[in-house]
Design a protein around this ligand. Structure first.
Ligand code: NOJ
Length: 745
């Protein structure tokens, strides 16, 4: 491929040099002037070309670059391909450089934990630093635009894409989406918020299925992370592949223009998701490609990803008067603004030769390891089996199909992550144990499908002869991610039988749960003393887990999703409405199931530490707060947090809001603040929360923000079941302008 593209480059550059130069204002001219000067010279075909994003496919027509038919690319994911494509584009009549895009979901070559795992850190600064490191690696190979972050809230764990998002909560998702946008910018990439909107509500968790979301829920739940990402300066927004309330988002003028542009004030680039324009025909809202183009363009979609239909039909749609040229110009302006804003016209072509040396740098791996450590969630630790005490534990039996699973460890959406760069849990544990003089005996027990018991006897022997069993079990990489929704949340194969077999000799068992999202634990909770959620931890997952098992690092991750008991509970989230018959155990006529508890196994926000924390009563520093239309009006709360254990550790103080009586029934609690605090043994510090008054409100179906006067409560603690609370009064109620809270910014 590389040689082929290079030959095209040479031929095309030679041809273009003979055509004569095109006038473009100097780099010092204001951006808008440069955009207009360029736009004024463009033919309709060249405009359609700028709105055309193509993928690196085997049938690629590379002459399209030189003809000015390509504005952006995806999956040209190595430095040679990216540089060649860009060189070809720059040799076109107008010499416009390419947007080189890629899904940088959790890394380019150094793979970080998946976003859902990163979210468990509850730490925007760490998320920003990690994202910047991923972006720097990607930029080194010529990528300048990423199709991330995913700002969809995930309400159903069957949906495979929960792993790409930041959990079930709109506030946390918003905070961390903003951090990702900033991180991508720090590292040199333009960002894309996706998928607008409501994709997280797919029916039954089935990928690409329909979504039905009420207006109030759309504004309260699904849009806040997008609002946060836009406020942080996101460059682009991607449509969803789904239909929201019956209208495919890619053809939804009310959504893409009314809400995104007018209510949320987004002025950047809107890109359709993969073939989402052509799929309007499949959705049954367009008769043919031309009509699909018309609908998407008129709805407000600037760029067509990989359907090729804008290129094919847009010029004729304009000439026939069916699409105003002004709409096309506005879209092209957004593309050019982004390209000028990124400095693409003024940067020299990438020299691919130096790119490899900037991948997998020790500093990048160091941040990936730090992120993997921060994502680990200690779910249970009976008899304080963890951390491992080398005085008592002289031999460890390491079992389970994911203990030495480099390919699974980089997970879905791994960029160009490689198994051979990855330090597995086996490798990490061996090294750390050796340093403590502890022996590790590895007996996998079964493969990742775990279909037979052949390896069980060896694993049981290892367990019999060990002082501690570390079992790494869960689900492989292909059970989550795009196109990998599942009807079940269990572990594949006979893994529970393997766990039962290695637990039978009676040695303490530490279970390391592997997989993109929570899975049913069932009897594993009794069989294992300690349970550590490892997620899909990436390139440096092995050392991160080993250091945590040995106590060099103290777990501080918190669950960004409620952990279910069974798949039948889906969807299950903490922010439930009280209902007229709130759940009471063993009380038939209250909310719940006849055959199971409706409560999670572990609540949202849960995560243990090797130390313990005490949370004091929250003190409301602003017991009465003013109207929410004053942009600086805020509720201030603090709570003392003390490390009452013997080890240094990190607490994450969480603040939940409730409004017991309101014009409409409101969730029993809503996360509105989280403060990570590093505390030495015996140390007390205050978690300080500042909550803008507008965050107390809810939205009416048209997006009007309402903050009612009256009584509210704040509860502070270590998870969503916290009990210490205090009251606060809002003196003067407030309603935002119809359609949003833009006026408050
Ligand atoms: C389809 C996915 O829905 C989207 O998130 C992704 O960015 C594109 N494919 C490109 O890979």
């Amino acid at each position: 491929m590389r040689g082929q593209v290079s030959r095209w480059v040479r031929r095309v550059v030679a041809a273009c040099l003979s055509l004569g130069a095109v006038a473009t204002p100097a780099a010092a001219a204001p951006l808008e002037e440069r955009v207009e000067a360029l736009l004024a010279q463009m033919t309709l075909e060249e405009k359609a070309g700028q709105l055309n994003l193509i993928s690196n496919e085997p049938i690629l027509d590379s002459g399209a670059f030189a003809r000015g038919e390509v504005g952006a690319v995806i999956n040209f994911s190595n430095a040679w391909l990216a540089a060649d494509a860009d060189r070809l584009a720059r040799a076109s009549r107008l010499g416009i450089p390419l947007l080189v895009g890629l899904d940088v979901v959790h890394g380019y070559r150094t793979v970080f934990p998946l976003p859902l795992a990163l979210a468990a850190s509850f730490d925007p600064l760490l998320v920003r630093r990690s994202t910047a490191a991923m972006a720097r690696e990607s930029a080194a190979v010529g990528i300048n635009w990423t199709f991330a972050p995913m700002a969809d809230v995930a309400r159903d764990l069957r949906w495979g894409r929960v792993v790409e998002g930041l959990g079930e909560d709109p506030w946390l998702t918003g905070r961390l989406t903003g951090a990702q946008v900033e991180g991508f910018r720090d590292g040199g990439l333009a960002s894309t918020l996706k998928h607008f909107a409501g994709y997280g509500a797919v029916l039954g968790g089935r990928d690409y299925d329909a979504t039905f979301v009420s207006g109030a829920e759309l504004h309260d739940l699904h849009l806040p992370p997008f609002r946060a990402g836009i406020r942080s300066g996101a460059d682009a927004v991607m449509t969803a592949l789904t239909a929201l309330n019956g209208v495919p988002t890619t053809a939804d003028t009310g959504l893409m223009t009314g809400i995104l542009r007018r209510q949320l004030g987004f002025s950047g680039l809107v890109v359709a998701d993969w073939q989402a324009v052509s799929s309007l025909v499949k959705h049954g809202v367009a008769r043919n490609g031309a009509e699909a183009v018309r609908k998407a363009m008129l709805a407000g979609v600037d760029m067509d990803m990989t359907s090729g239909l804008y290129l094919r039909h847009l010029p004729e749609e304009v000439r026939s008067g069916r699409v105003p040229e002004g709409a096309v110009d506005a879209a092209v302006r957004r593309v050019l603004r982004l390209k000028f804003g990124l400095g693409l016209f003024d940067k020299p072509l990438l020299d691919p030769a130096g790119a490899e040396a900037r991948l997998l740098l020790p500093e990048t791996r160091r941040i990936a390891r730090e992120a993997a450590r921060a994502s680990l969630v200690l779910l249970q630790n009976r008899e304080e089996v963890l951390p491992i005490d080398p005085k008592k534990v002289r031999r460890i039996a390491l079992v389970g199909p994911f203990a030495d699973a480099a390919w699974d460890q980089v997970g879905p959406h791994e960029g160009t992550g490689q198994p051979h760069d990855t330090v597995t849990i086996l490798a990490g544990l061996r090294e750390r144990a050796a340093a403590a003089g502890v022996e590790v005996v590895f007996a996998e027990g079964c493969s990742r499908t775990c279909l037979d018991r052949e390896g069980f006897p060896a694993a049981v022997r290892a367990a019999q002869e060990a002082d501690l069993v570390v079992a790494v079990m869960g689900e492989p990489r292909d059970r989550s991610g795009e196109g990998s929704s599942t009807a079940y949340l269990d572990w594949p194969g006979l893994q529970h039988d393997l766990l039962a077999a290695v637990a039978a000799p009676g040695k303490p068992v530490a279970l390391v749960v592997f997989g993109g999202r929570p899975t049913e634990l069932g009897a594993a909770l009794e069989r294992a003393h300690a349970v550590l959620m490892a997620w899909i931890p990436g390139t440096e997952g092995g050392p991160a887990i080993a250091e945590t098992l040995f106590g060099d690092a103290n777990p501080s991750g918190k669950l960004p999703v409620s952990w279910p008991r069974s798949v039948g509970q889906m969807p299950l989230t903490y922010d439930v409405l009280p209902g007229g018959r709130p759940h009471q155990p063993n009380s038939r006529w209250t909310m719940g199931y006849a055959d199971a508890s409706p409560l999670p196994l572990f609540p949202f926000g849960h995560g243990l530490s090797y130390t313990r924390f005490d949370y004091g009563e929250p003190e409301v520093l602003t017991p009465r707060v003013g109207p929410g239309d004053q942009s600086d009006a805020a509720l201030e709360v603090r709570a003392a947090v003390t490390n009452i254990g013997a080890r240094p550790g990190r607490a994450v103080a969480q603040l939940y809001l409730s409004q017991p009586v309101a014009a409409r029934s409101r969730p029993k609690r809503l996360l509105k603040g989280a403060v990570p605090l590093d505390l030495a043994p015996g140390e007390t510090r205050y978690a300080q929360f500042r909550i803008p008054v507008r965050d107390l409100g809810y939205h009416e179906p048209d997006g009007t923000l309402v903050v009612e006067a009256g009584e509210y409560r704040v509860t502070v603690g270590g998870d969503s079941t916290a009990t210490r609370s205090a009251g606060v009064t809002v003196d003067t109620g407030w309603r935002g302008p119809p359609g949003g809270d833009q006026a408050l910014r």
